[in-house]
Every structure is written in structure tokens, then in C-alpha cells.
Write a protein that binds this ligand. Structure first.
Ligand code: P1T
Length: 393
């Protein structure tokens, strides 16, 4: 195949569309413009010393997944991408590849509930300290000789907490600690954690990358050759890989990521501003609002604020449940990042397995609702919220 494009010269949207998908002008090839879904599980050899192509078996690699992994790496501005069957499978691969029993992990104190469950219930041989990563003195004091990883979400799920990734990475690297950033919420369109010092980036591609709430997937990205080799071995040896069909769907999703993210953000802003002025709303957590305590920091380390926000209602659990039941357009459901708007109650849904005491300590109350702004018309979403929040209807 003649490679005619140097993808590194191009901007985000050009990469999203063209990276990994060079048409073949080879006379014997069909000249596909779009990467096909290669459904074969195995590949021919001319003889036992000579394969026809670089591929031998689908789990190790296949052309559709390879194109997708190349595209993902290009939009995260890193060298290598690895696709997994879910976000949790990607996180599991990071832990398997980069830790051994007794290693210590430091996690931001408001990570996705499933990530906490993986740390606390599965990797019981890895002690974890959950801390506020905005407190650098506390971070330094929490570091142990066996600290291996600092695990960051920014914004966190669901409290939308932000930390200074470059500052955390500087401290971490002084101690030889690997910096992992879960970039699911902002997506590579709005934040490039590698430029801020992240060694490893993970994604639940089930969210904005896929973008249509119809493909489960995860990814790990890195420019570190040693880390990549370890992760690639885990991907092949443990086998939680993304299928060719799902790789194709995610590749298709990435092509519209930039336009979708702009609209998700526009709608999140409209919803956040509406909620901020509503008398029944106690507080709105959206990094785009001037009232967000780390608004200026997000402006520095990201190019946007994303489509996720949370808000707390005055009252009790029942009041929050009533509002959610009255919503017509917003669907009450877990997950996020799809074209349709979703709402959920972390204390009863995504974070239900985090103990009550921890939830209270970090500020996830019974009336905290998390919104994934879709790409519908903002005025319709606001009207839906307005009628659901109206008292006595
Ligand atoms: O669901 P899965 O693709 O396995 O991804 C797990 C995951 C990892 N990281 C973050 C930040 C996530 O939000 C998730 C999944 N989150 C939800 C399902 C949710 O509703 O928050």
C-alpha cells in the first residue's frame, strides 16, 4: 500500500476522518475508501514459514481493529492504541500489565463507581488511597515507595471535580509513578492528556467515541514503548479484544466526534445555565460555568468543558425521583456520551455499590442527578426540564 498521507501534519478533525484509513491504490486491491469489516478469524500462510500478510489470527490483530486503533492513537496524539471489549476490560488490562501484588495506587476520590469496584473488590492485593488530587501536599504525603499508579479522571464521575493534570504528573514522575488518565468525559476532542504528562490514557469508548449508545468498548493509549508492549501482550494473552464489527462502528463514530462534541457542549451549557437559575436547584456542577471552582484551570488544560454536568435538587430522594419520572425527553439510564440526553441518580444507580459513608463524605447526595446532554434542540431539553421541575404538576 502506498502511504500518501503524513497524518501527523493534520489537525484533529482531519485525523478523525483519515487516520488509519488510507485507500489502497494497489492494482490487485478493490480501492475501498472506507475500511471494510474483516470478518475472518484466521489468515492464510503460504507455508509454515511464510504468512501471506502480517496477520495470523483475529485475536492478535485484524485489519479493521488495526485501522481503528491507529485512528484512536492519532486523535489522542499518541503513538499506540489498543482496543478492548469494554472500558472495564481496558482498565483491567492496565492493572494486569503494569502492577504486581502489593503495589499501591493513588486514585482521585471521585472515580466512576465501576473503577472503584475493580480496585476494591477485584484487585484486593493492590491497596488504594483515594484522595483529593487538588491537595498536592496530601498527594506527596500519600506516596509510598511501592506507589505504582496515580489514577485520574478530570472531570470526575459524577462530581465533575477537576485536577491539574500537569502538576500531578510532575509530582508523580519525580517518584517514578505512572500517570493514568481516564479521558472518557472530555474525549480527545476537548483534552489531550498526553500533552499534560499522562503516560497512559484509558477510555470507555462506549461513551463519546462510539457516540450512539450502541457499542460497548474500551481503549488504552500510550506513547511509551515499554508500556505498550506489556499491554499488547495482555490484550492478546487475555483476549478481551474489540470485535471487527465493533471496531468498524467506533471508527465510524470517531468521524463525527468533533461536531457531536460541540453540540453536546452547547446543550450542556444551556442546561447548566437554566438549572443554575432555577429556585429548586441547590447547585450545578459544570466546568464551563464561572461558578465551577476550577473553571479557569479547565480553560487552561482543555479546549472545552464537555457535555456532562450534575446538579443537586433541594429536598429528598423522592423529590429527585419525581423530577426524573416526569421527564419526557431525557431518559433515566446509566451511561453517557450518546446523541440522546440521559439522566441518572448516582447514589442509586452508577455508584450504588460505593458505601453510603463514602458517598456522603465525597458529596454524592440522594438528590444529586447526573446529566449527559445529547445533541437534540436545546430549547426542547430546557422545556422538558422546566415542566419536570415545576411544582404541583
Ligand atoms: O462501561 P464500560 O465501557 O466498561 O466503561 C467503564 C467506565 C470507565 N470510565 C468511566 C469514566 C466511565 O464512566 C465508565 C462507565 N460509566 C458508566 C456506565 C456511567 O454511567 O457512568
Amino acid at each position: 500500500m502506498i502511504m500518501r498521507r503524513d497524518i501527523n501534519r493534520y489537525g484533529f478533525s482531519t485525523r478523525a476522518i483519515h487516520a488509519g484509513e488510507e485507500p489502497s491504490y494497489d492494482e490487485n486491491a478493490s480501492g475501498d475508501v472506507i475500511t471494510p469489516i474483516h470478518l475472518t478469524t484466521t489468515y492464510a500462510w503460504r507455508n509454515p514459514s511464510n504468512r501471506v500478510s502480517e496477520y495470523d489470527y483475529v485475536r492478535s490483530s485484524n485489519p479493521t481493529r488495526k485501522a481503528y486503533e491507529t485512528k484512536l492513537a492519532a486523535i489522542e496524539y499518541v503513538k499506540h492504541g489498543l482496543a478492548f471489549a469494554s472500558g472495564m476490560a481496558a482498565e483491567n488490562a492496565v492493572l494486569q500489565a503494569l502492577t504486581s501484588s502489593g503495589d499501591h495506587i493513588i486514585g482521585f476520590d471521585d472515580l466512576y463507581g465501576g473503577t472503584r469496584r475493580l480496585f476494591d473488590k477485584v484487585y484486593t492485593n493492590l491497596p488504594v488511597s483515594y484522595i483529593d488530587l487538588n491537595d498536592f501536599a496530601l498527594f506527596e504525603a500519600t506516596v509510598r515507595p511501592e506507589t505504582k499508579i496515580v489514577w485520574i479522571e478530570s472531570p470526575t464521575n459524577p462530581l465533575m471535580k477537576i485536577c491539574d493534570i500537569a502538576a500531578v504528573a510532575e509530582i508523580a514522575h519525580k517518584h517514578g509513578i505512572i500517570v493514568v488518565v481516564d479521558n472518557t468525559f472530555l474525549s480527545p476532542y476537548f483534552m489531550k492528556p498526553a500533552a499534560l504528562g499522562a503516560d497512559v490514557i484509558v477510555h470507555s469508548t462506549t461513551k463519546y467515541i462510539g457516540g450512539h449508545s450502541d457499542v460497548l468498548g474500551g481503549a488504552v493509549l500510550t506513547s511509551d514503548e515499554g508500556i505498550f508492549e506489556k499491554l499488547k501482550a495482555i490484550q492478546n494473552n487475555c483476549g478481551a479484544v474489540l470485535s471487527p464489527f465493533d471496531s468498524y462502528l467506533n471508527m465510524r463514530g470517531i468521524k463525527t466526534l468533533s461536531v457531536r462534541m460541540e453540540q453536546h457542549q452547547r446543550n450542556a451549557f444551556a442546561i447548566a445555565r437554566f438549572l443554575e437559575s432555577h429556585p429548586r436547584v441547590k447547585r450545578v456542577l459544570y466546568p464551563g460555568l464561572e461558578s465551577h471552582p476550577r473553571h479557569e484551570l479547565v480553560k487552561r488544560q482543555a479546549s472545552g468543558f464537555g457535555g456532562m454536568l450534575s446538579f443537586e435538587l433541594e429536598g429528598r430522594l423522592k423529590d429527585a425521583e419525581n423530577v426524573m419520572e416526569k421527564l419526557v425527553l431525557f431518559v433515566t439510564a446509566e451511561s453517557l456520551g450518546g446523541v440522546e440526553s440521559l439522566i441518572e441518580l448516582p447514589a442509586k444507580m452508577t455508584h450504588v455499590h460505593v458505601d453510603k459513608q463514602t458517598l456522603e463524605a465525597i458529596g454524592i447526595s440522594d438528590t444529586l442527578m447526573r446529566v449527559s446532554a445529547g445533541i437534540e434542540d436545546a430549547k426542547d431539553l430546557i422545556a422538558d426540564l422546566e415542566q419536570a421541575l415545576a411544582i404541583n404538576n
